[in-house]
Design a protein around this ligand. Structure first.
Ligand code: PLP
Length: 454
């Protein structure tokens, strides 16, 4: 075969599928084949270095070459390279990780179920709730409430939870997956409506939805503390304080999808902590292993953990699990990653860098075609608009956010276009100089592209 005579980019396009990549990107520009990383930078097959302002896919929070995590993986490969968590057997690393997660969880009495991804963790949660509905003889309690714009994954169930228009081509969502209004005040708030009024309207919508559907048909409300892949949308003022008591009153579990927010991204270990609410379960992945191993987890709080425990006794088993659930290398890496984040200074650095991050976003929002900046901790977004006063978006065929991201790539910065926004989610290890580099390059790209399209 003459594969090796073609460029790496052509070879990637010839025999691999990308996720979420449009054809112009594949055919014209913007594909990169990466060979290794250096701190928050990745290096491609042409030797070019890019500051990855998205931490890969929000997950590589310790950068791309952290020696502690590499050592933790190597040491575990030497001891015991693979095992499962079926049939009453699991590795010692799995036991220790569950203990660590239970200690770190915002509730006492947690129990953990492991998956390979965030999507599978959401599927697992839903299957747990459906299993409970069956075991507790409440078979109608199956509906899942999420928000439009929320992102929960791509498997058939988790994609049904995700509130994105692209799911319709798959004939999704499955029935019984209901989406409430996207909690984005700047875009969804009505003329003259205060942020507090917007929150009250969303709370009323939840209340009305429960009344219409029947509380005993709803298995859970699942929400990201800050919507991530929907465009970095922090909740409006008082949102979780409004929603939590409604759910409690109706006995509906509040599940925090912390796949992005968990382990420090918002400036606390949990997004639920940042926003002051108490979840009934937590969905985790990504930063759980700092992206050094594919792993997800469902962390059940005491009520769901006890009920699932009783149901499993009654039914004999919970017929669910993945071959690599609780993989010992993943667990060893997660233990090391959690140490780094919680005790090793990474969370401290998120807090230290947050003012610089916010100041950088606020400064870029002065550009004439940035309508809004938003963010929490080290996740942020800039919303491009054709007209700042009227908040009119650019025509979608101008692909403004994609052009900004491609221009950034030309300057050695990877950032993510999401709808009309540009998203930043840098590693927790960022230095002052790397923060400045990120904002300088993005600023240059904004100037270039806005001059072209204005
Ligand atoms: N939930 C949230 C909040 C996410 O951001 C993601 C991925 O971005 C997922 C779930 C799905 O995780 P995965 O891509 O590992 O399946």
């Amino acid at each position: 075969s003459d594969h090796a005579t073609d460029s790496w980019e052509a070879r990637a396009a010839a025999h691999s599928f990308y996720g979420f990549t449009d054809m112009p990107t594949i055919h014209d520009r913007g594909t990169i084949v990466v060979t290794h990383g250096e701190g928050p930078y990745v290096v491609d097959t042409n030797g070019r270095r890019y500051l990855d302002a998205n931490s890969g896919l929000w997950n590589m929070v310790a950068g791309f070459d952290h020696p502690t995590l590499i050592e933790a993986a190597k040491a575990q490969y030497d001891r015991f390279p693979g095992y499962h968590a079926f049939f009453g057997r699991m590795s010692d690393q799995t036991v220790m990780l569950s203990e660590r997660l239970a200690d770190l969880a915002p509730f006492d009495g947690a129990r953990v179920f492991y998956t390979n991804s965030g999507s599978e963790a959401n599927d697992t949660l839903v299957k747990m709730l459906w299993f409970l509905a069956g075991a507790e003889r409440n078979p109608g309690r199956r509906k899942i409430l999420t928000r439009w714009g929320g992102y929960h994954g791509v498997t058939a169930v988790s994609a049904s939870m995700t509130g994105k228009p692209y799911n319709s081509i798959f004939g999704l969502p499955l029935s019984g997956f209901l989406h409430l209004t996207c909690p984005h005040y700047w875009r969804e708030g009505r003329e003259g409506e205060s942020e507090a009024d917007f929150t009250a309207r969303l709370a009323q919508e939840l209340e009305d939805t429960i009344a219409r559907e029947g509380a005993d048909t709803i298995a859970a409300f699942v929400a990201e503390p800050v919507i991530g892949a929907g465009g970095v949308i922090p909740p409006p003022e008082g949102y979780f304080q409004a929603v939590e008591p409604i759910l409690r009153r109706h006995g509906i579990p509040l599940v925090s999808d912390e796949v992005i927010c968990g382990f420090g991204r918002t400036g606390a270990v949990w997004g639920a902590e940042t926003y002051g609410f108490m979840p009934d379960a937590i969905i985790s992945s990504k930063a759980l292993t700092a992206g050094f191993f594919p792993m997800g987890a469902v962390i059940l709080g005491p009520d769901l953990a006890d009920r699932l425990g009783r149901a499993v006794e009654e039914i004999e088993e919970f017929p669910h699990g993945f071959t690599a659930s609780g993989h010992p290398v993943g667990c060893a890496v997660a233990l090391a990653a959690i140490d780094l984040i919680a005790d090793g200074g990474l969370l401290d650095n998120v807090r230290r860098q947050t003012p610089r991050f916010e100041a950088g976003l606020a400064a870029l929002a002065e550009h004439r075609n940035i309508g809004e900046w938003r963010g929490k901790g080290l996740m942020g977004a800039l919303e491009a608009v054709q007209n700042k006063a009227t908040r009119t978006p650019f025509a979608s065929d101008l692909s403004v956010s994609e052009r900004i991201a491609n221009t950034c790539t030309d300057h050695g910065l990877i950032c993510r276009p999401l709808g009309q926004s540009i998203v930043l989610c840098p590693p927790f290890t960022m230095t002052d100089a790397q923060m400045d580099e990120m904002f300088d390059k993005l600023s240059t790209a904004l100037d270039t592209v806005f001059a072209e399209v204005a």
